[in-house]
Design a protein around this ligand. Structure first.
Ligand code: 0X9
Ligand code: ZN
Length: 359
């Protein structure tokens, strides 16, 4: 008892000391991202849905354009699409959850799949891929030439959180906009803004204190850092909302879209030890790769990090959770490039819906 008390006191004193020290900012992550030439395959599914744009500035939806689009699609297709809010950001934006399924207002026994975009606000293609997929699915439900859309909607509960970090998107910044009060939340004044949401999930979050030499390049307790992990796991409104949604729904497969790197990543990101279900991850990952031609690998090979969404989803819910790093830039300016990302990953998402039937 006494020992525990002393240990806790030491941890607390350590945190206070760290709090009062000012750290240099962490190095750029992008240096370790891999790139490969683009190439596309559209086997099986024929998608001819054009992104409608008049000028390059129109290429990416703003948060309010996205809100209007989702609400108008849900109003047009109320039998198969619903939109609800699972929480609020620090700047008061709703975190939209889209559900696409037959009997959309009922919780059915069908397998659940989850697609997420924009954990990082500057990775714009990641939410466009989700929005395109939503629009494509609802608009093709009655189309006899795309039977796979109908089958997927009828047999799956498809969930999307297209913009996990709308405050970041509005500022074109990686982190959210939460006011930080020092590294561990002990300071009275606001010291900086923003948490890297993909470092704020709970799995192995504390390992940074045990192995700082492994993880301190890719995640940080320095609140001004671009990869700041927050004062404690699930401290951010956004990750709290995702967590609450995930633990109360039956999800078997998931993709978290990010950009960039042309990679299909599976857990673990914190250890080189392969996941127990490695062969299933590799099987699903290589099928994804037949559509987008991306490299499939365990996420630690990109770099080791802690607190990402996929490690947490797999560790705690046994969800087959992938990160896909789209394309070769954060937000391509060429509409054709973006269109190809959207089309190919609509096929990927359709494949995920089909594969979920077999798990
Ligand atoms: O660092 C991230 O959160 C992701 N890359 S990004 O450039 N979009 O920021 C990758 C997370 C994958 N997980 C691990 N590498 N452990
Ligand atoms: Zn990212």
């Amino acid at each position: 008892m006494k020992k525990t008390y002393i240990a806790l006191s030491l941890v607390f004193i350590g945190m206070m000391l760290i709090e009062s020290y000012s750290f240099p900012s962490a190095g750029k992550l992008s240096a370790s991202l891999k790139t490969a030439p683009l190439s596309y395959a559209g086997q099986g599914v024929n998608i001819q849905h054009q992104i409608q744009t008049t000028q390059p500035t129109d290429l990416y939806h703003t948060y309010s354009e996205m809100t209007a689009l989702l609400q108008s699609l849900a109003a047009t297709y109320p039998d198969i699409m619903s939109v609800s809010s699972i929480g609020e950001t620090y700047e008061g934006r709703n975190l939209w959850l889209v559900k696409i399924s037959d009997n959309v207002n009922q919780d059915e026994q069908e397998p659940g799949v989850l697609f997420m975009g924009a954990h990082h606000g500057n990775e714009k293609s990641s939410y466009e891929v989700c929005l395109y997929f939503i629009q494509y699915m609802v608009e093709h439900y009655d189309n006899a030439s795309t039977p796979e859309v109908r089958t997927s909607i009828n047999a799956t509960q498809i969930y999307l959180i297209p913009m996990v970090n709308p405050d970041g998107v509005e500022r074109d910044m990686r982190k959210d906009r939460e006011p930080n009060h020092g590294s561990f939340g002990f300071r009275r004044q606001v010291t900086s803004y923003g948490v890297d949401l993909n470092r704020n999930y709970g799995q192995h979050w504390l390992y940074l204190f045990l192995f700082p030499y492994i993880f301190s390049g890719s995640t940080s307790w320095v609140d001004s850092s671009d990869v700041y992990r927050g004062p404690w796991p699930f401290s951010a409104n956004e990750t709290k909302a995702v967590r609450q949604f995930v633990i109360t729904h039956n999800i078997s497969l998931s993709i978290s879209y990010h950009s960039y790197g042309e990679l299909v990543l599976y857990p673990w990101g914190y250890t080189t030890r392969p996941p127990k279900d490695k062969s299933l991850f590799v099987s699903i990952g290589s099928n994804i790769s037949t559509f987008d031609k991306y490299q499939v690998e365990q996420s630690i090979r990109l770099y080791p990090t802690l607190g990402d969404s996929c490690d947490w989803m797999y560790a705690t819910q046994r969800i087959f959770a992938f990160t896909i790093e789209l394309g070769t830039s954060y937000a391509p300016s060429d509409p054709e490039v973006l269109q190809n990302l959207c089309v190919n990953h609509t096929i990927v998402n359709l494949y995920i819906c089909q594969r979920a039937q077999t798990l």
